[in-house]
Design a binder for this molecule. Sequence first.
Ligand code: BTN
Length: 252
Amino acid sequence: MMIGNNIIRLVSVDSTNRFLKDTRRQYANGTVIFTNEQTGGRGRQQKKWLSLPGKSLTFSFLLSQSHDKMFFPFFHLFPAVAVVQCLQKCQVDAQIKWPNDIYVAGKKIGGLLVESISQAHRTDVLVGIGLNVLHETDDFPAELREHAGSIKSVARKIIDMEYLFQQLLLELNVVFTRFNKPEALSELRTVWSAACAHLNQNITIFQKSGRTTGRFIGLDENGFAVIETDGKKMTIQDYEFVSMRDEHDTRN
Ligand code: BTN
């Protein structure tokens, strides 16, 4: 299996994750759905995701697996590690903000939406990646400008979209192959932590049930965040997570 052995290119689609979810049965494992324009892009927690033609890198890929549930964290962790390593090879100093946001110099330049559909004997995982590549500051709605940016607007690098796409596919395959075994999960968590923007920093996680402030000390074996408050360790599961603020963030 190779991610990107089969690439379907769409001129425009509402959401590559939605498209892949509905059509996945006709596609081989590793198929990539790429689009120039997304008209109804989705982010985590029912948020919208803005994709602009010619400026955003937008694609999703399919991974069908028969692994047991213990292996699920892998699918959430490896794509963000691949994105960060790819950008670092392009001299863009990117980092991960838990759970799956991609940041450069304190601004969000990308995000991942990982969804899974479980059946009796296999699980289909849909990994959606959205990167802001060539946006100008003005391309973002006013209310997003403070916290969102693109590789061009923040890192001042103009990277060709097709080049970035191909490099990212290569890196996804490298990281997938290296860590796609249960015994490599703990090393993947270590690599993820090294790429994390807020490891050992004080952060506040806002959940539906309230907020938790403490030191982010890494990931547990399920890939959940571990926060230390007053000497006590707390685990925050992804689906409880609403938003996060680190000590450099000035939002109220
Ligand atoms: C987030 O930051 O909340 C996640 C954003 C994920 C966006 C990508 S773009 C490709 C794929 N298709 C979608 O509708 N969403 C993901």
